[in-house]
Ligand binder design. Structure first.
Ligand SMILES: Cc1cc2nc3c(=O)[nH]c(=O)nc-3n(C[C@H](O)[C@H](O)[C@H](O)COP(=O)(O)O)c2cc1C
Length: 181
């Protein structure tokens, strides 16, 4: 298991703010000499979790591939959208399927949460919901989180275009890098 970080945004929307934030995190980790990989969940299409489907067909190959990808990284940054005060359906569904392969694979040595939202709270409620889920699954998280508020204003054509937001991303990335010791 290499000292590398998988950055997983929970949105596949074209123009996703969370994907833009995830890309910025990857760039800055690499800039600090930390290997990092962006995962586009569109490459891991999964049906809506259904125990009947699982009983009939087993766990989809895409869930096994994603499990194996996670296992190859020591670090994980989950970048979650906030939907109705929780995480996106895509992210919840993805985590549920991975947990049917082996939920302990999410217990990477370094796991951190980030989010981007047009609201002034930057997706804090969604992150709290994800933190509770991670606690339940035995996934230890960095105390340091990142919330990109007013994402529709600070992300311009997929790029972070705001000095304060940029400084916050840098501080978060530094904390992730330092967590590797
Ligand atoms: C069904 C739905 C519920 C949402 N609920 C919230 C919410 O509770 N809090 C929030 O800050 N934004 C909420 N939003 C707005 C999303 O944060 C916004 O669409 C964001 O851009 C989605 O992430 P993405 O750009 O990465 O796709 C909601 C959007 C949708 C479609």
């Amino acid at each position: 298991m290499a000292d590398s970080v998988l950055v997983m945004p929970g949105s596949t929307r074209a123009g996703s703010h969370n994907a833009a934030l995830g890309a910025a995190i990857v760039d800055r980790l690499v800039g600090r000499g930390v290997a990092a990989e962006f995962v586009d969940l569109r490459e891991f299409p999964l049906p809506l979790f259904d125990p009947e489907l699982e009983a009939a067909d087993g766990v989809p190959a895409a869930a096994r591939r994603l499990h194996d990808l996670l296992a190859r990284h020591a670090g994980l940054v989950i970048v979650t959208p906030e939907y109705n005060g929780s995480i996106s359906t895509l992210l919840k569904n993805t985590i549920d399927w991975i947990s049917r392969v082996d939920r302990s694979v999410l217990q990477r040595p370094v796991v951190a949460l980030a989010s981007a939202s047009p609201s002034s709270k930057g997706g804090a409620t969604g992150r709290a919901s994800l933190r509770a889920m991670c606690d339940h699954m035995g996934v230890g998280l960095l105390d340091r989180e990142l919330g990109l508020a007013r994402s529709h204003e600070v992300i311009v054509e997929g790029v972070i275009d705001d000095g304060q937001a940029s400084a916050e991303i840098d501080a978060f990335v530094a904390a992730v890098a330092e967590a590797f010791g």
